[in-house]
Design a protein around this ligand. Structure first.
Ligand code: SAH
Length: 236
């Protein structure tokens, strides 16, 4: 069993979930091999991706698409991120088991489940009520302990701050300073930032003792971050 190779790994989800058949498990292993070939190396991330049944975050009629390395539409014009993107962002966090992480943009809840399977303590906020309900429902099915809350994540989430890590899964116009202020010293924020609504650079922000350091990485395409420090709604 692949999980056995990752020492100290405590599965969060029942591998024997009734809707997680051997066929889905095999397709998931193949997807994870594909992601390894694309450069994902962190054993904690790879073990988590092998474990979380991504198809359960899809409506039953679309589950056949769950193990392609592609984004897919969910409710309210939003998307479940491409597996490579989930893996890449998760790897950028440089997370260690036990850390507290804030995810901004719960969407389907899949990324939150992956973070939990990485043994992180996860708070996930989502601005669209229907998606809060969807993510919470699927996560509950998996016996997850992730806290899913409705809130404007462009302002972070103060009641649970500070965080070791913050992960934003929607594209922001700039790095909101309020997010950096909710990081613990030594904390890391991963956020797609862009000049346009469609093309963003992944940015990793380190809160260090002597200041803030930014690292600008590759190109990505995310749905827009809305809310106070996000993109303004288009009028008319
Ligand atoms: N992480 C998700 C992908 C989500 S897509 C998954 O694994 O499925 C981005 C999500 O960010 C959308 O659901 C969108 O509604 C949400 N979002 C956009 N702006 C937000 C904001 N200001 N606060 C919280 N969530 C926001």
């Amino acid at each position: 069993m692949a999980l056995g190779r990752c020492r100290n790994y405590q599965p969060m989800f029942k591998n024997s979930h009734p809707e997680d058949s051997a066929i889905y498990q095999a397709r998931r292993r193949e997807l994870v091999e594909e992601l390894q070939q694309k450069g994902i190396q962190d054993p904690l991330v790879l073990a988590a991706l092998r474990q979380v049944p991504r198809h359960l975050f899809f409506a039953p009629e679309f589950r056949q698409f769950a193990y392609r390395d592609e984004a897919f539409p969910i409710l309210s014009g939003q998307t479940i991120s491409q597996p490579y993107t989930v893996a890449y962002q998760s790897q950028l966090l440089l997370a260690k088991p036990g850390m507290k992480v804030l995810e901004i943009g719960s969407g389907s809840g899949y990324q939150a489940a992956v973070l939990e399977a990485m043994q992180l303590q996860v708070v996930s906020v989502e601005i669209i009520p229907a998606l809060v309900a969807l993510a919470a429902k699927t996560l509950k099915l998996l016996d997850s302990k992730v806290k899913v809350l409705q809130s404007d994540g462009s302002e972070g989430y103060l009641p649970e701050a500070p965080y070791d890590r913050i992960l934003v899964t929607a594209g922001a116009p700039a790095v909101p300073s309020t997010l950096v202020s909710q990081l613990k010293p030594g904390g890391i924020l991963v956020i797609p930032v862009g000049h346009g609504r469609n093309d963003q650079k992944m940015v990793r922000v380190y809160r260090e003792a002597d200041g803030i350091r930014h690292e600008v990485l590759g190109d990505f395409r995310f749905v827009p971050l809305t809310g106070k420090h996000g993109w303004k709604e288009e009028k008319g």
